[in-house]
Design a protein around this ligand. Structure first.
Ligand SMILES: Nc1ncnc2c1ncn2[C@@H]1O[C@H](COP(=O)(O)OP(=O)(O)OP(=O)(O)O)[C@@H](O)[C@H]1O
Ligand SMILES: [Mg+2]
Length: 274
């Protein structure tokens, strides 16, 4: 196992910062366990992938994002392979990644636990992709170890309950300058009673959208699939439009990767819900 460490708040390395101007980077983190962050990250990545080459990055580990979305049987490199890959160009890396529908996955491997791939791997993917969605562990954000410094937007996924409020407040305090680019996605994965305005006020974070309780989603993920109702994808779809709009404004015309879609015609061999 290679010992990979994140330096505090370093985010994406400086030398690739220029190339990264044309990639939209979104960090997604849960205000509390089971708030729906991985689900929101996956739905957001699906929405982005309709319009640009998109990588969904699992920085949490454990079960692995491939299992969560039902792509565990799709061949391709997982964390340990990316850690060992060395100096592979971003476009080659991107082409080799397993696909969940149109979304390229950087996933942990439940059978080969190890630390996540180093930032350089993410940098290279960021040079080749149009959008990168990071599924961030809250503990890394709280410990200033998560690569949030170059995230265009950080999405804190919160339930409508006091624990989510407290968790979001803690995350906001730990995010440093990135807190100014952070918003809330209210998710009714667990039923809570706080109003949306109350959630916004008590966390001092702007509301980006709301994902309603979706029983279909709950039962489908229990079977290792991620199949939301159409209405559940609305808020992630809107967020994707905002994120890509901001990227396009920032990147300007020259050298800007427009409209590339990761392997639009390639279907994964395993199950796919994207
Ligand atoms: N809108 C929703 N409606 C109903 N169930 C949901 C919704 N969103 C997520 N879920 C379910 O809630 C559970 C937790 O979701 P998810 O894994 O996305 O949360 P998380 O915040 O990433 O959790 P963790 O703390 O384990 O990383 C899953 O079973 C998922 O299917
Ligand atoms: Mg999760």
């Amino acid at each position: 196992m290679q010992n990979t460490t994140y330096s505090p708040m370093s985010g994406w390395s400086g030398e690739t910062a220029r190339a990264l101007r044309s990639v939209a980077v979104v960090g997604v983190v849960a205000a509390r366990g089971g708030a729906g962050a991985t689900t929101v990250a996956a739905l957001l990545a699906t929405a982005l992938a309709r319009r640009t080459a998109t990588v969904l990055v699992d920085l949490v580990g454990g079960a692995g994002l491939d299992v969560t979305v039902g792509a565990e049987s799709v061949p391709g490199p997982r964390w340990p392979d990316l850690v060992a890959a060395g100096d592979v160009p971003g476009d080659q890396l991107l082409a080799a990644l397993p696909r969940w529908g149109r979304v390229a996955l950087v996933s942990a491997d439940r059978a080969r636990p190890c630390l996540p791939p180093p930032h350089e791997v993410l940098d290279r993917l960021g040079e080749a992709a149009g959008a990168v969605v990071l599924d961030l562990p809250a503990c890394d954000v709280l410990a200033h170890r998560a690569p949030v410094a170059h995230a265009d937007i950080v999405v804190v996924v919160a339930g409508r309950d006091a624990t989510s409020v407290a968790g979001a407040v803690a995350l906001r305090a730990a995010l440093g300058p990135a807190a100014a680019r952070t918003g809330l996605m209210a998710c009714d994965a667990r039923r809570g009673r706080l109003g949306l305005a109350e959630l916004e006020q008590s966390t001092n974070l702007p509301l980006l959208g709301r994902v309603r309780h979706d029983r279909t989603l709950l039962t489908s993920t229990e079977r290792g699939l991620l199949r939301p109702r159409r209405s559940t994808t609305r808020a992630p779809d809107t967020l994707a439009t905002t994120v890509l709009g901001a990227r396009d404004t920032r990147a300007g015309a020259p050298g800007h990767r427009q409209g590339r879609v990761v392997s639009a015609r390639r279907r994964p061999e395993g199950r796919s819900g994207a």
